[in-house]
Write a protein that binds this ligand. Structure first.
Ligand code: UDP
Length: 243
């Protein structure tokens, strides 16, 4: 596979075309941002960590029947993915109250929700990614009602698989964000990344934050925290291979 010209540069990764028009080359960046770019820092080692964590999670989800865009990890900071037409929605699933949910509804962080809640945010930087409902998604022609049902179904399935996976490594999946794309034949498929940048993970024993809140809330350094998440995932895969 040959790397060609830059297609897109985001806050945490760059995407390049390849000699195969259905495949993209992703390069993770050593950059961390929050508050829609209001906080921005270089963090040496973050690219490697998120690329490895995302790759491991997408591979795991594929084994659980969740089709996704991931093809293969190329190097510590690079991976190949299938090109998808991304739906401009952040699909958030919540198991425990935290973050914007707690603020918006006036509920303390840490309340276990009786059933997971799926939310949609419209990905539009100039509007600050507003919280929207199904009718808004349809009105904006981001997805049809049938596709909305599919997005929710897959988001909840992903939640089940991820909650179980993280529980095995003593992490509680509080909430997370995923993005979906359409394949050439119009099927909805998981895309983007799943990492401590996009999930809230609380240590089951110490209740410490093991995710980007460490940066957002200026609690400490994210690198050792993300490294610990990767170590635990690697340990789990070694144990599984040994079985
Ligand atoms: N999230 C994300 N990207 C965003 C916004 C949120 O990955 O642009 C993730 C975030 O890490 C958390 C979940 O989505 O796991 C819910 O975030 P929330 O709405 O609580 O917003 P926040 O408090 O992070 O601003």
């Amino acid at each position: 596979m040959e790397k060609r010209d830059l297609l897109y540069e985001g806050k945490a990764k760059r995407m390049f075309r390849t000699n195969d028009e259905s495949v993209l080359w992703v390069e993770y960046l050593d950059q961390v941002t929050a508050l829609n770019g209001g906080m921005k820092d270089q963090m040496q080692g973050k690219a490697e960590l998120n690329n490895q964590i995302t790759s491991a999670i997408f591979e795991y989800l594929a084994t659980q029947g969740i089709k996704n865009h991931f093809i293969e990890k190329l190097s510590k900071t690079e991976q190949l993915i299938k090109k998808r037409s991304i739906i401009p929605l952040e699909v958030v699933v919540r198991n425990i109250s935290a973050g914007s949910f707690s603020k918006r509804l006036g509920v303390e962080e840490g309340q276990v929700l009786p059933t997971p809640i799926v939310e949609f945010y419209y990905k539009k930087d100039e509007l600050n990614d507003p919280f929207i409902n199904d009718a808004h998604v349809t009105f904006l022609e981001l997805a049809t009602p049938v596709e909305i049902a599919e997005l929710k179904k897959q988001a909840l399935q992903i939640n089940e698989h991820l909650s179980e996976l993280f529980k095995k490594i003593d992490l509680q999946l509080v909430d997370f964000k995923v993005e979906f794309g359409r394949t050439a034949s119009g099927e909805i498929e998981l895309a983007d990344e799943i990492s401590p940048d996009t999930c809230r993970l609380w240590d089951l024993v110490t209740h410490e934050h093991m995710d980007k809140d460490v940066y957002r809330r200026k609690i400490g350094d994210i690198i050792p925290v993300y490294q610990e998440v990767l170590n635990r995932l690697n340990q789990l895969s070694i144990e599984n291979k040994g079985e």
